[in-house]
Design a protein around this ligand. Structure first.
Ligand code: GLY
Ligand code: MN
Ligand code: MN
Length: 463
């Protein structure tokens, strides 16, 4: 948790940009049962509530009254019975003080205030409820059907919060470096320990253990797989074999809940095969070139297209693509191999603020989201500004089902050498991902360097 002025100042800034009438409601999260009430998933605080209060415990919310500028924290002091099971906990007074809040009251009193506002036709400005318990609670308070509540969130409030959280402060960046450095330890351990004959789960277990040892946990379910071409593959049941590639996309959530999001791909054997190496070098070139292109004023769409060009050029040199590179990219032929976006904002959330609407985060009036396969998955396209934290994560994948479908449709056959792809069908996928912050002049990579050249990775694999 940061010191109380951080949260006070954030709320004051929000007040200047948020709706001027009614009540601003920021819900914290509740415990979420796994299979019965008392057996819960690990608790994860709502990122917006956390951003404005620093409070990491369940069952609280904040009401901000724009008319008076007052913020009130709602929640309940724990009973002696709770203390018996959970140990001593900070009081509401202590939590409020740590968050720089002068007013607090019980949870029930807060709900009554929301109901009263709704009855008096005072607008209640809330964020899109992504959990059903919040949705139902809001529907009860506002006396509206859930379908209406789902649509009734405040665009102005979402945009005001995006306007704050998009710019990472120095103290946030220090937390993000902690997250990346824990993630680095996870990747180094995987690269050093992975052996043929193990299951993917054995490696994933080491990775997750280090996230927990770092004082937090994983920022998202780890992707640790020999089937790197399955983009969000959370299955860890395969036995890994010499000659295969292992793609690890794993990031820690720091003790303060900032996310790291790192991907490395390494050979299960001690060395890359020549075929793996030639594709790996293309991905690495795309990653290094696009990182070098990050600077304020440049649109991330342009940086994404630079990755697409570099990948197309590289695959053409290997005989897997053909024709004019610029035209191939313009028509989207490269998306057979690179079907996702180059990156996204990162912060408290791994895909930062995505609960507030992807397009309001990554796009603006100067750039519209494309509908083209591949490009439509680009989450961040607008001009970069100092303070933006983002990932850069190009990849090349050989997805047999996609190759077969495109080949049978003769899709982009002027740009893709389908017969040559046969020899690559089993290669899987390669992605390399780092986390950056845009500085006033260029960029900085967050955290200590994590090996990514062929030589550095092979050296680690031989240790
Ligand atoms: N870890 C998911 C992603 O890279 O976006
Ligand atoms: Mn990732
Ligand atoms: Mn990512």
């Amino acid at each position: 948790m940061f010191k109380s002025p951080t949260y006070h100042n954030r709320r004051q800034t929000l007040l200047r940009q948020a709706p001027a009438e009614g009540l601003i409601l920021l819900f914290g999260n509740e415990e979420s049962p796994m299979n019965y009430q008392d057996n819960v998933y690990p608790f994860r605080q709502d990122s917006n509530f956390l951003y404005f209060t620093g409070i990491m415990d369940p069952h609280h919310f904040l009401l901000i009254d724009p008319a008076t500028g007052e913020s009130t924290l709602y929640g309940d002091d724990l009973s002696l019975d709770h203390v018996v099971w959970m140990g001593a906990q900070p009081t509401m007074a202590e939590k409020a003080a740590a968050a720089g809040l002068e007013k607090w009251d019980t949870y029930a009193a807060g709900l009554a205030k929301i109901k009263q506002a709704a009855t008096r036709q005072h607008p209640v400005h809330y964020l899109p409820p992504y959990r059903h318990d919040r949705l139902i609670l809001l529907a009860n308070c506002l006396e509206q059907p859930t379908a209406e509540v789902e649509k009734g969130f405040s665009e102005q409030l979402c945009k005001a919060i995006i306007g704050l959280r998009s710019y990472k402060s120095a103290e946030e960046l220090r937390e993000m470096e902690i997250a990346v450095n824990i993630s680095r330890a996870m990747h180094l351990a995987a690269m050093k320990s992975c052996r043929p004959g193990q299951t993917e789960a054995a490696v994933a277990g080491i990775v997750e253990g280090l996230a927990v040892a770092g004082g937090g946990r994983l920022a998202y379910s780890c992707i640790g797989t020999i089937n790197g071409h399955i983009l969000h593959n959370h299955y860890h049941g395969n036995t890994i074999k010499d000659g295969q590639l292992y793609l690890l996309d794993a990031g820690a959530s720091s003790p303060s809940q900032y996310a790291g999001d790192i991907t490395r791909t390494f050979p299960v054997g001690q060395q890359f095969t020549s075929q793996q190496k030639e594709i790996y070098e293309v991905v690495l070139e795309a990653q290094e070139k696009t990182i070098a292109a990050v600077q304020p004023g440049r649109s991330f769409l342009d940086v994404h297209l630079l990755a697409a060009h570099t990948i197309t050029q590289g695959l053409k040199a290997l005989g897997l693509m053909k024709g004019d590179v610029a035209e191939a990219v313009q028509q989207g032929a490269h998306a057979l191999f690179f079907p996702h976006g180059l990156g996204h904002m990162i912060g408290l959330d791994v895909h930062d603020m995505e609960d507030l609407n992807e397009d309001w985060i990554g796009y603006d009036e100067t750039v519209q989201r494309s509908t083209q396969f591949g490009l439509k998955s680009l989450r961040l396209a607008k001009k970069l500004e100092p303070g933006f934290a983002l990932t850069v994560e190009p990849g090349i994948y050989f997805i047999p089902a996609l190759i077969d479908q495109w080949a049978s449709n003769h899709q982009h056959q002027d740009f893709i050498n389908y017969p040559a792809l046969e020899a690559y069908r089993q290669l899987g996928g390669i992605r390399i991902e780092d986390n950056l912050v845009v500085t006033p002049t260029a960029y900085e990579i967050l955290g200590k360097p994590i090996p990514k050249t062929v030589t550095d990775i092979e050296t680690l694999r031989q240790e």
